[in-house]
Write a protein that binds this ligand. Structure first.
Ligand SMILES: Nc1nc2c(ncn2[C@@H]2O[C@H](COP(=O)(O)OP(=O)(O)OP(=O)(O)O)[C@@H](O)[C@H]2O)c(=O)[nH]1
Length: 660
């Protein structure tokens, strides 16, 4: 404990001291007080019956709904752990870490990918409060989870790492909260770390967000220092939900997932009235009616209740079967009662698309059901049917980014035992047609293309458009040169550059989305030794010059390998692809010419030599003309084969060449 006090003292007073100063006494009092609070929390009766009673009696003015938002790894889940421990929702010595990161993928990768809710009771000034806490992911690819969670909140804890300071995702999440006019509780975390610089970070927060330095709390989520002050501030700053208990029941569905035995479970935020087990509810979107089988609150473990009141967050099981019935953002109300949409949440449109196929077609049905269940849990993913001559029947899925796509596939494998094949990700391009026949055929003059094989001939296209993003990069100044180089290489245009302080700079770049989806983030991290951070938002479409890059094997185009690329990058991509294919396609009886072409122009070529059978092996000496005759016969035979042979391209080749 003494070590903790020393570190905390260093952070608050700025100097090392062993003396028993007033600051020392304050910290000791805080620690002792925290012990007392814990003791008083443990005095709370947390048995299921008592909890049900407390939830049923909780008045609206003693409810607070809030999220923890921050950049990746700034300590959201750790702070949530401490809050759960402090309020007795989980036991202190259970050795559990990041309790709200319950998915296997979250534990393996050490990141949150799914927002999680916990309803906790907290005693403040001798009154019991119900706090509905939502732990959100920090990575930009899961920002849909953040905006979804904010729809059910009245305020946020803005958590910032006192060592790394304000990062790109902190800025993005702060603006998201401000757009929704949510109350913000600013908190600096990790003040126990030696090189933490809370004073500087507080100044940055003042400069960037106009946050008053005196209102910034300093905590160590790891050690639990200052955490109860955060809860007190949540109660003081965040307003109670503005809901009506007297009117008819109305609630917003803001999350759902699949349970093997109960079907789709919906997490709802009750806006008006009250819902009881056994009542019939109706979906505003589908108009279907469902009987309420069970209701529960999450602590984060489920705790069954008989009713949910306005202002509360809870789980409804009502025999909904799939994602078509359980729609995130939908409003539910009692049967035969009218209600207006609560729709304050609009899902983000996907930006990266990839084909997903079963390893063999016998697994098609199993994969379809796995995708259906996963989409229920991850509403940001869009699904459309797709097919490919090489990979068979499959789907084209839309994701919010590459990490989102990777996590989705990993979850498919881990949670549903599916082993899908996933093709190279691509973005959605727009093409304006000039060919009247095609315009008539499609009934419109602009097409959205995310599959290169469906791109019309260049002669029928008037204009190409590609999606752009507005990227925010925060980096230490010593890496600015390399990062600008990277952005220029990726066809980026600088919009602004602001010095946050003497050592860090915030730059805004407009970049083509296709240039950042593959490895931009990794390159940025490696160029800046991991210190730069990046987030992006949609920035519309702009006119551009695109070409379709076809891959041909002995003159035969292979549809699965074609890609849409920017004209200036076509040659480089062509070279890279043919080179990769040369390594991936096994040698065969005939020579294979791998060509990458744009229209009829060949941009790159590699040749895989054929196996050579020694047809002259049986000759012992003899005339040279006999040897030549045999070789001539062999080469004529091969020419014929080359014309007719169907080159055997192993199944994995398609996947490996399409992979990053
Ligand atoms: N020293 C120290 N480490 C901390 C503190 N809080 C969190 N950490 C560590 O920081 C790392 C990231 O913490 P998480 O709680 O997973 O961060 P997160 O913000 O939830 O991460 P994402 O959900 O992936 O965005 C973990 O290794 C924690 O142990 C703190 O107060 N002090």
């Amino acid at each position: 404990m003494y070590k903790t006090i020393r570190w905390t003292l260093k952070q608050t007073t700025g100097q090392w001291t062993w003396k028993r100063t007033s600051a020392y006494r304050t910290i000791c009092t805080t620690l002792v007080r925290s012990e007392e609070v814990q003791k008083s929390e443990s005095d709370l009766d947390l048995s299921p019956d008592a909890l049900r009673r407390q939830f049923a009696q909780m008045p609206v003015h003693r409810i607070r709904n809030f999220s923890i938002i921050a950049h990746v790894d700034h300590g959201k889940s750790t702070l949530a752990d401490r809050v759960l421990e402090l309020t007795g929702a989980i036991s202190r010595n259970a050795g559990q870490h990041q309790v709200l990161d319950s998915l296997q993928v979250e534990r393996e990768r050490g990141i949150t990918v799914k927002a999680q809710t916990a309803s906790i009771l907290y005693n403040y000034k001798n009154e019991l409060y119900l706090l509905n806490l939502i732990d959100t992911p920090g990575h930009v690819d899961f920002s849909n989870e953040v905006s979804r969670s904010l729809a059910a909140c009245d305020g946020v804890i803005l958590l910032v790492d006192a060592c790394h300071g304000v990062q790109a995702q902190t800025v993005a999440n702060y603006h998201l909260a401000k757009q929704r006019q949510l109350a913000v509780v600013p908190v600096l975390n990790k003040i126990d770390i030696k090189h933490a610089n809370p004073d500087q970070v507080t100044k940055d927060m003042q400069l960037l967000f106009g946050i008053e330095p005196a209102t910034v709390l300093r905590v160590s989520a790891k050690l639990g220092t200052g955490v109860e002050r955060v809860l007190e501030r949540v109660i003081e700053v965040i307003p109670p939900p503005s809901v009506e208990r007297e009117s008819g029941f109305r609630a917003l569905i803001f999350d759902s997932w699949f349970d093997k035995y109960r079907g789709a479970l919906n997490l709802i935020y009750v806006l008006n009235g009250q819902l009881d087990v056994g009542q019939d509810i109706q979906s505003l979107a589908t108009k279907k009616v469902y009987p309420v089988k069970s209701l529960s609150v999450l602590r984060p473990a489920e705790c069954g209740v008989q009713s949910l009141l306005a202002g509360q967050v809870g789980l409804v099981a009502c025999n909904m079967r799939n994602s078509k019935e359980s729609i995130i953002g939908d409003t539910i109300h009692l049967k035969h009662q009218s209600a207006t949409a609560a729709g304050t949440f609009r899902p983000q449109p996907p930006i990266v698309f990839a084909g997903i196929f079963p390893v063999d077609q016998s697994k098609h049905v199993a994969l379809r059901s796995a995708i259906d269940k996963m989409v229920l849990n991850d509403s940001a993913v869009t699904v459309n049917v797709d097919s490919s001559p090489a990979l068979g029947q499959g789907w084209r899925l839309g994701f919010l980014g590459l990490l989102h796509m990777e996590v989705f596939c990993q979850r498919l494998e881990q949670e549903h035992g599916a082993e899908p094949i996933i093709t190279a990700p691509s973005v959605t391009y727009r093409v304006v047609l000039r060919n009247p026949k095609l315009i008539k055929q499609h009934g419109k003059d602009t097409l959205e293309i995310s599959n290169a094989a469906l791109l019309p001939e260049p002669s029928s296209i008037l204009e190409y458009y590609e999606p752009l993003v507005l990227g925010t990069i925060i980096t230490p100044t010593e890496y600015v040169g390399q990062i600008i180089g990277l952005c220029v290489e990726r066809r980026g245009l600088q919009q602004s550059a602001v010095n946050i302080d003497e050592t860090r700079i915030l730059m805004k770049y407009v970049l083509p989305l296709s240039e950042i989806i593959l490895d931009f983030h990794d390159r940025l991290k490696s160029l800046s030794s991991g210190y730069a951070s990046f987030s992006y938002e949609d920035h519309g479409y702009h006119s551009t010059n695109l070409v379709r890059l076809d891959i041909q094997l002995n003159g035969r185009p292979i549809e699965e390998l074609c890609r849409i690329v920017h004209a200036s990058k076509a040659t480089a991509v062509a070279r890279q692809m043919v080179h990769k294919l040369k390594d991936l396609i096994p040698k065969q009886m005939v020579q294979i010419a791998i060509q990458a072409c744009v229209g009829s122009k060949v941009l790159a070529r590699e040749t895989i030599k054929a196996y050579r059978k020694d047809v002259t092996a049986k000759l012992y000496g003899g005339d040279v003309t006999r040897r030549m005759k045999l070789l001539k016969q062999q080469s004529e035979g091969k020419k014929k084969m080359r014309m007719f042979a169907n080159i055997r391209v192993p199944h994995e080749t398609f996947i490996n060449v399409l992979k990053r």
